[in-house]
Design a protein around this ligand. Structure first.
Ligand SMILES: *Cc1c(COP(=O)(O)O)cnc(C)c1O
Length: 362
């Protein structure tokens, strides 16, 4: 198939803006008259430093990140943050609050238990994570070192539509699958972070935005590479950073700005999600998995009447250029991930295809 014939609904790594890919392609062999690919440059060179600094500046502008917060470009995926956060924030004999609303929050909780006491502030395990807890349900410990939650549950298709109120307890948030999809008041967060491969860049980069005053209190056993303080002091260049991914993030941010920034992204995502959910709500064949008020604008989970029909749908959709609609292996069913770079046209084509499939199968 050609690229033009395909819409890619992968949950991650996922679709990137075509302009960013083209720009990378044009500079692939020779970036800015340097005679080198960005992949071949020393991370200590002035030409690369310029790429690094400008990407940071673009992200700071896009998310309106205050000077109190530092931007880190790290490796190890979002999953490494599951360990890095408690190691740095828990403190000696510390404790932390965790909201368990999905698979990744659950893994983060288990990891945190190695380093301190964990209070389950809320869990939606009993309803297989089809909803998000309300503020009034959160059991908060005023002495917690931080409150941890996952803003968008990529696998289950739910999303926090509010920012939890935790008083003076710092908020720590996994925004891997909804960063840069709407404005966020960064000053409310101690840490927000995201693996880049869902919505920003190729896999290999993890973006961390951290309130600088939270750094420097890591447990003595903290591995060198997992110290926020060290990474802040060295501007993410203690060792070689994920140079190429950072460059790609810069190109994605150029595209994002040309589309009206995060406000533009928010409008586009609302249009995409409304189109798909409107159809799902009225379908006689497909049913959404998540509770309506908590469902995600980025990862739409749904199913037909049977696993066999789900499989048939995936196969038929793929043959029509609608790719990667299989639900996560933990939950099965179907999932359409409609991140920033998914054109509305892709969702329209998906809905048209679902309508035709419905007519043929009910
Ligand atoms: C994908 C994902 C992760 C895991 O990311 P890795 O970069 O593969 O470690 C964690 N949290 C959320 C919300 C995700 O979507």
């Amino acid at each position: 198939m050609t690229r033009e014939q395909v819409f890619n609904f992968s949950a991650g790594p996922s679709v990137l803006p075509e302009s960013a890919l083209k720009s990378a392609q044009e500079s692939m062999l020779n970036y800015g008259g340097s005679g080198m690919s960005v992949m071949e440059m020393s991370h200590r060179s002035s030409i690369y430093q310029e790429i690094f600094d400008s990407t940071k500046a673009k992200l700071r502008a896009a998310l309106n990140i205050p000077d109190t917060h530092e931007i880190l470009f790290l490796q190890g995926g979002a999953s490494t943050q599951f360990s890095m956060i408690p190691l740095n924030l828990m403190g000696e004999n510390g404790c932390a609050d965790y909201a368990v609303t999905g698979n990744f929050a659950s893994i983060a909780t288990k990891e945190a238990k190695k380093y301190g006491k964990v209070n389950i502030a809320a869990s939606t395990e009993d309803c297989n994570h089809t909803r998000i807890p309300k503020q009034a349900e959160l059991v908060l410990d005023p002495n917690a070192s931080y409150f941890y939650y996952c803003a968008n549950n990529t696998i289950f298709g739910t999303e926090w539509k509010y920012t939890p109120e935790t008083g003076t307890v710092p908020l720590v948030c996994d925004m891997s699958s909804n960063i840069l999809t709407k404005p966020v008041d960064v000053s409310k967060y101690g840490i927000l972070y995201a693996g880049a491969q869902k919505n920003m860049a190729p896999a290999g980069l993890t973006v961390v935005v951290i309130d600088k005053k939270l750094a420097g209190h890591e447990l003595p056993i903290t591995p060198l590479m997992l110290s926020y303080k060290l990474m802040i002091d060295k501007d993410s260049m203690y060792n070689t950073p994920p140079c190429w991914c950072i460059y790609m993030l810069g190109l994605t941010l150029d595209w994002l700005e040309s589309c009206g920034g995060v406000l533009g992204m928010e409008q586009m995502k609302k249009a995409r999600a409304a189109m798909l959910y409107d159809y799902l709500d009225n379908s006689k064949l497909f049913k959404g998995c998540a509770v309506a008020e908590d469902r995600s604008d980025m990862n739409v989970t749904f199913r037909t009447s049977s696993d066999a029909l789900d499989a048939e749908f995936i196969k038929a959709a793929s043959a029509n250029g609608l790719l990667n609609l299989k639900g996560h292996r933990l939950v099965g069913g179907l999932r359409a991930s409609i991140y920033n770079a998914m054109p509305l046209e892709g969702v329209r084509k998906l809905v048209d295809f679902m309508k035709a499939f419905e007519v043929a199968n009910v």
